[in-house]
Design a protein around this ligand. Structure first.
Ligand code: IDE
Length: 598
């Protein structure tokens, strides 16, 4: 074999050096370019030496595309890459952030805020293992997860993507990296990327750094913090991810004390790469270079220069790749970006590709397809759901707990906007970028779960919008009321008021006034709970965004398993108290760590 880089038994660093020494400048800058699937095709990937393709948000081959459809698409792209002179494969990136959530039929786990409530790091690791298998099954070797934001303000539209307001909880949940990538062997060099094989994926710790503490929770906003606060509160989880061999770090759209993270040379290079010894690659967020300037995308050349020189290695362009390639080439030829900086970036990209085994196995392992959405995987998700639910109230008289419910009761009223809506249960980043109502994938709603588990003699009356008529001549044993938020993500989810929409509060009070009632809140964050709401209902459960396995909810409602979830975030009384971490977390409705058992 004449080329060291083609020898799977050669040391990775020798393979990197060998292939780098053979590359032209065009091939090098092509590797630094990540493009959206919507503008990708095999010939563009081949002719421009593209390094990576992604699905941005919920970008998919077609509506309800399954794993095999994704694998066909991704393998087509890969054919273009391996046809290049040096045959350097692409890696395809997707937001598998709570399961392989863009793909029809995949197991959808609770969003991170619910996983933070479990406090169960090994469960999160197992979720990573399952997510890696189902992501690889669709052909993608790269997941843009975990988000390790330490979220401080529930008004932030991405609050549910954070595990907790508490750094130590977030640090524990970096176990997701080990699940996704595999456990590095004893002696694995610190900071060096690691992927255990074809059943695992490259992970992306995001969004570096301080994305969860912007002023007023404004998405992509400004985080005002001291050096110690940024290091001890927000950067700490990245040290855990690096120790676990994380392959990539994604920069944040946000700023630290007015300085944009994407151009922050001190944090991206001097801290992350030099001081912390991170040897993987740093990738931008979507169109982040364009967003550095107002108007959007103006002075693009300067944006390329300032981000690459700050330490960005790969750019999620994702559409204007011809302009990006042209300007980056020109910046190197003019000496405004050094060849040493380009070589550092390309070395990191190649290192990750060798570590991920893509040179040996560039195409999808189709044998994994049968694992997608299988019972074993759904059981892991069901376990996560039941461990994530936080019981905030249980009985108007604490000495007379209302839960667990009697599954053989005579007649149950099931009501509320969220009792039978899988899309609401899954939240944002599911099927589509923002998520949506309805039968968006394979799964079990709360109502469907109830029908599976209740006694044969028990009657269920399902009424999404209860009226006085609902109660006329009816003798309900109790009511289950599911209310909450519609799906959202990113800036679209920023909310200064945090009121339960769809008249959820009014529905719960209306029902609670007439029948013994347990209310289930489906939301990505703490919301305003009117005193009358908490007073009128007999029990109240924070279910977060549980995903496809609604049976995890009935498991604890009927006492098959105990409630064990603990609040990963402080539950405010009124939005005037926000941000609580600034105002000293005084007088919350429920404190961080609260959760009844039953
Ligand atoms: O989907 C790729 C990344 C994702 O990994 C990041 O966490 C997230 O910040 C992110 N946002 C977008 C797309 N954002 C967008 C915003 C407005 C219009 C269109 C896309 C893509 N991505």
């Amino acid at each position: 074999m004449d080329c060291v880089y083609k020898d799977p038994n050669a040391p990775v660093e020798e393979r990197v050096k060998d292939v780098l020494s053979r590359m032209t400048l065009e091939e090098k800058i092509g590797q630094m370019t990540q493009i959206e699937r919507a503008v990708a095709n095999p010939s563009v990937i081949r002719d421009r030496y593209i390094g990576s393709v992604l699905s941005g948000g919920g970008s998919r081959p077609f509506e309800n595309a399954e794993s095999s459809d994704w694998a066909d698409m991704i393998d087509e792209f890969q054919k273009g890459a391996v046809e290049t002179r040096l045959g350097i494969p692409i890696f395809y990136g997707t937001d598998a952030i709570h399961g392989n959530n863009n793909v029809w039929g995949a197991t959808i786990f609770p969003h991170n805020i619910g996983l933070g409530a479990t406090r169960d790091a090994d469960l999160v690791r197992r979720i990573g293992v399952v997510t890696a298998l189902e992501t690889r099954a669709c052909g993608a070797p790269y997941a843009f997860a975990p988000c390790v934001a330490v979220a401080k303000d529930p008004r932030w539209g991405r609050f549910y993507e954070s595990y907790s307001e508490d750094t130590e909880v977030v640090r524990k949940m970096t176990s997701l990296v080990t699940g996704l990538q595999g456990q590095p062997p004893e002696g694995h060099p610190y900071g060096y990327p690691y992927v255990a094989g074809r059943n695992y994926v490259m992970a992306s710790a995001k969004h570096f750094v301080g994305d969860g503490a912007t002023e007023n929770g404004t998405n992509e906003g400004n985080t005002i913090a001291s050096h110690d606060e940024i290091f001890n509160i927000h950067l700490a989880p990245y040290i855990d991810c690096i120790a676990r061999g994380v392959c990539t770090v994604m920069a944040s759209y946000s700023s630290w004390n007015g300085d944009k993270m994407h151009t922050h040379r001190y944090l991206l290079t001097e801290v992350l790469k030099d001081k912390l010894g991170f040897k993987g690659l740093v990738i931008t967020d979507w169109e982040a270079l364009d967003r550095l300037t107002d108007p959007h995308g103006s002075d693009y050349r300067q944006s390329i220069k300032s981000t690459i020189n700050a330490g960005i290695d790969m750019v999620m362009v994702p559409f204007r790749y011809e302009l990006f390639l042209e300007e980056l080439l020109s910046l190197v030829e003019s000496g405004e970006i050094s060849m040493a900086r380009i070589d550092d970036a390309v070395e990191r990209i190649l290192r990750v590709k060798f570590v991920a085994g893509l040179f040996e196995h560039p195409f999808t392992d189709r044998s994994l397809i049968e694992l997608v959405g299988c019972e074993v995987h759904r059981d892991v998700a069901r376990e996560a759901v039941r461990k994530s639910l936080v019981l905030l109230k249980n009985g108007k008289d604490p000495k007379k707990p209302f839960l667990p419910l009697d599954r053989n009761a005579k007649k149950i009223l099931v009501t509320g906007t969220h009792a039978d809506d899988l899309g609401y249960q899954c939240g944002g980043w599911t099927a589509t970028w923002t998520g949506q109502s309805g039968r968006i994938t394979v799964g079990t709603t709360i109502l469907e779960a109830l029908r599976k588990v209740i006694g044969k003699e028990t009657e269920i009356v399902f009424e999404p919008n209860p009226t006085l008529e609902t109660f006329a001549n009816q003798d309900f044993s109790f009511a289950i009321v599911a209310i909450g938020e519609a799906p959202y993500c990113e800036t679209g989810g920023d909310d200064p008021e945090l009121k339960i929409p769809f008249n959820g509060t009014e529905i719960a009070i209306f029902v609670g006034d007439r029948v013994p009632t347990v209310t289930i809140l489906i939301s990505g964050r703490p919301m305003v709970l009117e005193p009358s709401l908490l007073e009128k209902v007999d029990a109240f459960v924070a279910a977060w965004l549980p995903g496809t396995e609604g049976t995890g909810i009935t498991d604890v409602l009927f006492g098959d398993y105990p409630f064990q979830g603990k609040l990963p975030v402080t539950w405010f009384k009124t939005v005037d108290q926000l941000p609580m971490h600034v105002r000293g977390n005084s007088d919350p409705l429920f404190p961080f760590g609260f959760g009844l058992t039953a």
